[in-house]
Design a protein around this ligand. Structure first.
Ligand SMILES: [Zn+2]
Length: 386
């Protein structure tokens, strides 16, 4: 019916909304900009600010996740926004009589000029730049220049350190050097700048890589958790949801196993346009209905979404803003023994694969009586660890 009246993108939005139920609570005003639909000041700010400062730009993640000291991250972030106090910026704000660069005295001192293009800085860069990056390095605009160099994956051929680390240390030192010359009249030899930057980068890299190597190996064994089977006579239903970052489309999946870890039945289904929380709730809700219809009456549900579990067990679940939480509450009250628990994502891999098997062109529930080949190895692995 929907296909007769709507185009595909509209249908995806409609499918993501649960059907109205006359026995349900009355309509009410809700806040659109959070997944739980309750007002949070931060969400209002993010919504208002997103029109002129998109918070999802990859550059923010790139800068703030770099393994460099916080002051360097902050500096790179300001530089990216043209917010460091060069003469050109100060001139625009009526804080300086001239926009001209104090080092070369030739050109306006923009961010790119002071960090890269000034003749006084350019020759320092050429002392450390690997040949492979010389040409594109001096040709790009500020944003491309910062993003490309900070996301580069190569190791400097002579220094032997990741290029983004050397690059960010160099950029920071060029700004410090400029300020030393301008404010303290302190100009050191070119060689001492390069040597100092490399020495600092080496020591910093050593300090972050040594302990993290120990961190990476020890807990990966200690934290290795495995799937827990239900008690005898009970069925374990693992459910999961996945949302495509590109399309915003959600898909859910689940699988039921017995106390020996053997496959009973599974399902997958696309849920249209959805967010992460709603998709996880769809997975639990659909899983419960599916389990009830399959005749299971002693059911352990495992989900890796703590937020969904918290909502389901909150005191206000039966009047929750989210209709799926209210539906799940109703299903829980039926005549069966049921427990919904949170499990770490690593133990829920089979359900994740089931969600990814959903056929996005068909919104009906896909039922698997036999384990699909994609999940067999996960089921066997879970069984072997019991
Ligand atoms: Zn200059």
């Amino acid at each position: 019916m929907l296909h007769r009246h709507f185009n595909a993108p509209a249908i995806a939005h409609i499918i993501g909304i649960r059907c109205p139920d006359p026995l349900d609570v009355a309509d009410r005003v809700m806040w659109r900009w959070t997944s739980q639909h309750t007002f949070v000041l931060k969400s209002a700010y993010m919504h208002l600010a997103s029109s002129h400062w998109p918070p999802r730009q990859t550059i923010w993640k790139l800068i703030w996740r770099m393994a460099i000291p916080q002051r360097l991250r902050l500096f790179l972030w300001l530089a990216y926004q043209h917010k460091i106090m060069t003469n050109a910026t100060r001139y625009c704000r009526n804080l300086a009589p001239s926009p001209i660069c104090p080092l070369c005295g030739n050109l306006p001192e923009s961010v790119l000029h002071t960090l890269r293009d000034c003749v006084d800085v350019r020759h320092l860069w050429s002392q450390i730049l690997p040949d492979a990056v010389q040409r594109p390095f001096f040709g790009s605009n500020l944003h491309n220049w910062l993003s490309c160099n900070l996301s580069a994956t190569f190791i400097h051929p002579t220094v032997g350190l990741p290029w983004p680390l050397i690059f960010s240390a160099f950029v920071w030192q060029m700004w410090k050097r400029r300020n030393d010359i301008v404010f303290n009249n302190d100009r050191q030899s070119d060689h001492s700048y390069c040597a100092r930057i490399i020495a600092w980068a080496r020591s910093f890299h050593g300090s972050i890589s040594a302990p993290s190597a120990a961190r990476d190996t020890a807990p990966s064994f200690a934290n290795q958790v495995s799937w827990k089977a239900p008690e005898q006579g009970w069925v374990c239903l693992n459910v999961d949801g996945a949302v495509s970052l590109q399309s915003g489309f959600g898909a859910i999946g689940g699988l039921a196993r017995d106390s020996l870890g053997d496959w009973l039945v599974g399902f997958s289904k696309p849920v249209g346009h959805s967010d992460a929380l709603q998709t996880e709730l769809w997975a639990i809700y659909t899983g419960l209905k599916f389990a009830w219809e399959s005749g299971f009456r002693h059911l352990l549900v495992q989900s890796d979404c703590r937020q969904a579990i918290d909502l389901i067990y909150s005191n206000a679940a039966s009047s929750s803003m989210l209709s799926l939480v209210r539906d799940i509450t109703r299903l829980r009250r039926m005549d069966w023994e049921i427990n919904i628990i949170w499990v770490p994502r690593d133990t829920n891999r089979a359900a994740d694969i089931m969600a990814k098997l959903a056929d996005t062109s068909d919104f009906s529930l896909r039922v698997f009586t036999d384990a699909p080949p994609e999940v067999v190895s996960f089921i066997e692995l879970d069984k072997s660890r019991l």
